[in-house]
Design a protein around this ligand. Structure first.
Ligand code: CA
Length: 225
């Protein structure tokens, strides 16, 4: 796990860095808001520890800019009496805050909670489903009625596209372009072949059919007929 620490008090930054390294995290430091923002925007971190009172751009502004296009987990480091900063920071999308002075144990606990929450969020985002069929996209696992189903790479991509467009009727040309990645050249038979393979695995062994043919148009994945 890569942590970016943006903190202008160098002694504190150095102390935190050593503790985090000791816990097995990798740590990068920045000592002002501008440098912190530049590093955060490289997108290679799993968590940002962000001091609010910073030279250059302050922490709240750094947070505001990061949140425009990133859900990077952020824990703010705030001064004891800066209630407004905490409220504003949380409103602006910080995941948590910790008030100085804090114990390293408390900070480590909050880091673990924040990272765990982010993992859960990511895992949920990668789940697609239709009726009793569930696909975990990131782990490439397909399960129907509690039974794991093995698909080839192409079958998996086809199923994923159907699930992402659940209840929408898709033409063979669309499927060919999106799943195979080439434009329509009259060879849409391949789509029919793969839909048949896919049905053999996700539908045929089960009573309820999910992948339907829409005559004259294409195919649709949905619960109903
Ligand atoms: Ca500071």
């Amino acid at each position: 796990m890569n942590i970016l620490l943006v903190e202008d008090e160098e002694k504190l930054a150095r102390f935190l860095e050593l503790e985090l390294l000791h816990e097995g995290y990798r740590v990068d430091k920045a000592f002002d808001g501008r440098e912190g923002l530049e590093k955060a925007e490289q997108g290679k971190y799993d968590l940002l520890l962000l001091d609010i009172m910073l030279p250059g751009i302050n922490g709240l502004e750094v947070l505001r800019r990061i949140r425009k296009n990133s859900d990077l987990p952020v824990i703010m480091l705030t001064a004891r009496d800066a209630v407004m900063d905490k409220v504003t920071g949380l409103d602006m999308g910080a995941d948590d805050y910790i008030t100085k002075p804090f114990s390293i144990e408390e900070l480590l606990a909050r880091i673990r909670v924040t990272l765990r929450r982010q993992n859960t969020r990511k895992a949920q985002e990668s789940l697609l489903s239709c009726a009793d069929l569930t696909v975990d996209v990131s782990r490439r696992i397909v399960i129907r009625s509690g039974r794991e189903i093995e698909l080839t790479g192409r079958e998996f991509s086809l199923l994923q596209y159907f699930l992402e467009n659940k209840t929408i009727v898709l033409t063979r040309e669309q499927l060919l372009e999106k799943v195979w990645g080439y434009a329509y050249m009259g060879e849409t038979n391949v789509v029919d072949v793969y839909v048949r393979y896919l049905r053999g695995k996700i539908d045929d062994p089960f009573d309820k059919k999910l992948l339907h043919t829409v005559r004259g148009v294409g195919y649709v994945l949905r619960e109903g007929p």
